[in-house]
Design a protein around this ligand. Structure first.
Ligand code: GCO
Length: 389
């Protein structure tokens, strides 16, 4: 649906993109994911990924040249604390260089402390199932606060605890590939406990990036009840469990799912991504309206689409920004939007095939960065803080 007037966003709105360490850096050899990949886990090995570890300066220049005023990245626990209680000065300095490069360009730093991957030593102690996991994690967060907080503007302590617990302990798709509902619940609750405990060490504003899908139902009352329950489970429960501690709510939104005769189905009215996820900006609008009751600032910390040919990305971004703008006009305190992702990257057990990047990575030509057309459209919105019809 074309917009009739310019959509102006609030003054100081953060416009950015996001990446995570394991998905872009390369050679994350002390992590549980690397070890799992070595044993044949997932479709592909992350290998050098996008070599962001060595090419971060080039990518940060792209962030600036695309008029983004903010950037979300993650610190890699397995690099910073490769052995239990042993911290790497070299890696600490490496991350300081990245953060300094962003700050020197006037880019707001949005830093994730845990984004799915763990040090091997932590995994060998039972990982997030271990009742002491929040103690081990607290030591790491305290170290990050002490060594990075002068260069961090906003913290995300944990990225998507529901997705991590679901993929790794319920569906068994990610390491350690368990399939047990109670273990998944324990992992989720330990991650929430870790967030609540460690937030005391952080002085800068902090929150969790919640993956919040939207569920709708058919006219059948049972479908509607199931959709309502799923929305409560995926939206309200994670937020209520850490509401007091959160300075803001991070929303990772991708798509909407319909419950029909008790089963998941997809409405492809507005099209679909390369991963067959429906394009459903209405879901983002409904989620943002629903979050208003919590009276916390909101950042859209991830929103994006797998689109290797760059056919739908411009439409996808515009439709979701329209949804965000409509929520803002309805009094929702949305303060920023981070497109997932800056560059094509390692999409977990799916490997490198899904292409989410504003910037294409040519994996056959030395990981050459190629700015996609859609990136330039988004860049215009970032520059003007408004979206033109
Ligand atoms: C997630 C993660 C990202 C994904 C992105 C696309 O939400 O799963 O934060 O690591 O790559 O969401 O699936």
């Amino acid at each position: 649906m074309a917009i009739k007037k310019e959509l102006k966003f609030p003054k100081g709105f953060l416009w950015g993109s996001a990446v995570s360490a394991h998905q872009v850096e390369g050679n994350n050899v002390n992590s549980d994911w690397w070890e799992w990949e070595q044993k044949g886990g997932g479709k592909e090995h992350s290998g050098t990924a996008c070599n962001f570890y060595n090419r971060y300066e080039e990518d940060i220049k792209i962030v600036r040249d695309l008029n983004q005023n903010a950037f979300r990245l993650s610190l890699e626990w397995a690099r910073i604390e490769p052995g239990m209680g042993e911290f790497s000065k070299k890696e600490m300095e490496h991350y300081r260089e990245i953060l300094k490069s962003l700050k020197d360009k006037g880019i707001t730093t949005f830093v994730t402390i845990h984004h799915f991957t763990n040090p091997i030593w932590f995994a060998n102690l039972g990982g997030w199932e271990n009742c002491k996991s929040s103690k081990y994690f607290s030591r790491y967060v305290k170290y990050c606060a002490h060594h990075f907080e002068d260069l961090v503007d906003l913290w995300i302590t944990v990225n998507e605890p529901t997705v991590y617990a679901g993929q790794s302990y319920l569906l068994g798709l990610w390491p350690p590939q368990k399939k047990n509902f109670l273990r998944a619940c324990r992992v989720f609750l330990n991650m929430i406990e870790a967030y609540n405990k460690t937030s005391l060490s952080l002085k800068k504003p902090h929150g969790i990036a919640h993956n919040i899908p939207r569920f709708t139902g058919s006219k059948n009352p049972l479908d509607l009840l199931l959709a309502k329950s799923l929305n409560f489970i995926f939206l309200d429960i994670p937020i209520l469990l850490c509401l007091k501690k959160q300075d803001f709510i991070g929303v990772n939104y991708y798509s909407q799912f319909k419950i029909k005769n008790g089963k998941f189905s997809f409405d492809y009215l507005l099209g679909r991504t390369d991963m067959e996820w429906p394009i459903a900006p209405e879901g983002l609008y409904k989620i943002l309206l629903n979050l208003k009751k919590y009276k916390k600032p909101i950042y859209i910390t991830e929103n994006g689409c797998a689109d290797s040919q760059d056919k739908i990305r411009k439409f996808y971004i515009k439709e979701h920004l329209k949804a965000a703008h409509m929520a803002i006009e309805n009094g929702v305190d949305v303060r920023g939007y981070f497109y997932w992702s800056l560059i094509d990257n390692f999409e977990w057990h799916w490997g490198f095939k899904p292409r989410f990047g504003l910037v294409e990575i040519d994996r056959r030509n030395n990981l050459k960065r190629k700015i996609r057309k859609s990136a330039k459209c988004y860049s215009k919105v970032c520059e003007e803080n408004l979206m033109k019809p």
